[in-house]
Design a protein around this ligand. Structure first.
Ligand SMILES: Nc1ncnc2c1ncn2[C@@H]1O[C@H](COP(=O)(O)OP(=O)(O)O)[C@@H](O)[C@H]1O
Ligand SMILES: [Mg+2]
Length: 236
């Protein structure tokens, strides 16, 4: 089954050793200058691998790593692969947050409060452990359910930065949260931030509102610009 086929290709395969389990393969195709930089910098596959183990070590859930491969040519690495355990997720945070954005009070039998709290607590714990995801979208947060409980697993962790010493500042935390929060409406955003600051154990800061308004504005402008460019190209 193919999950995604853009710059990266993501698909699942049967686990070669465990009959009822699956693995996910993520292929990264390095083009142009990237091919060259991989001579000095770890490949996307290796960064997924390193980050996953370090996140697990710090108690932040990500699928168990299985392997990574690099296909090297004389020009440098062109293709690299990361293999990890397939998470049999009930749904993604994106799906749930979109439903809440449309006014739904629950998703897949779980209340809005329960899901939003789980995502806020997961994100805060990750930040407390000195990890910034850098692509914290709802699509990259998978929700698994066990009895009445929900668990969050972060995927797409190739861009994450994991600090040794330095704590993640409030500003960095808010920047990281924008991508997953913008799907929510303002009252739900307030709910999310309430839970986040509860987990953070700091005084609630209203600064997030300015950051999110700016993020909304930036996204809208980007979309408008794209549309304008498209229609322009369409004419010619
Ligand atoms: N370990 C996994 N278990 C289950 N599904 C996964 C896993 N990894 C990726 N997926 C699915 O594939 C999609 C794309 O994977 P992702 O790593 O986010 O790649 P991209 O860089 O294209 O966003 C995800 O949104 C998810 O639906
Ligand atoms: Mg993704």
């Amino acid at each position: 089954m193919v999950h995604r086929d853009q710059r990266n290709k993501v698909w699942s395969i049967e686990h070669p050793l465990k009959p009822n389990e699956s693995l996910v393969v993520k292929q990264n195709r390095a083009r142009g200058i990237k091919k060259f930089t991989y001579r000095f910098k770890a490949s996307k596959g290796q960064r997924h691998w390193d980050n996953a183990w370090e996140m697990l070590r710090r108690g932040v859930k990500s699928p168990t790593p299985i392997a990574y491969f690099e296909q090297t040519e004389s020009t440098g690495i062109t293709h690299n692969y990361y293999v990890c355990e397939f998470v049999d997720a009930a749904f993604s945070v994106r799906k749930a947050f979109t439903a809440f954005g449309n006014g739904k009070e629950s998703y897949e039998g779980f209340s809005k409060e329960k899901i939003i709290k789980a995502v806020a607590y997961f994100s805060c714990n990750m930040h407390n452990k000195k990890i910034i995801h850098h692509d914290l979208t709802g699509g990259n947060l998978l929700v698994t359910t066990e009895n009445e409980e929900i668990n969050i697993t972060a995927i797409d962790i190739g861009r994450a930065s994991i600090n040794m010493m330095e704590s993640v500042s409030e500003h960095q935390r808010l920047l990281d949260l924008m991508r997953c929060c913008y799907k929510l409406n303002w009252p739900n955003r307030e709910l999310f931030m309430g839970y986040y600051f509860e987990a953070y154990g700091r005084k609630f800061s209203h600064r997030w509102k300015t950051s999110l308004s700016y993020y909304d504005w930036k996204l809208k402008t980007k979309k408008k610009l794209k549309r304008a460019l498209k229609s322009k190209w369409g004419e010619t």
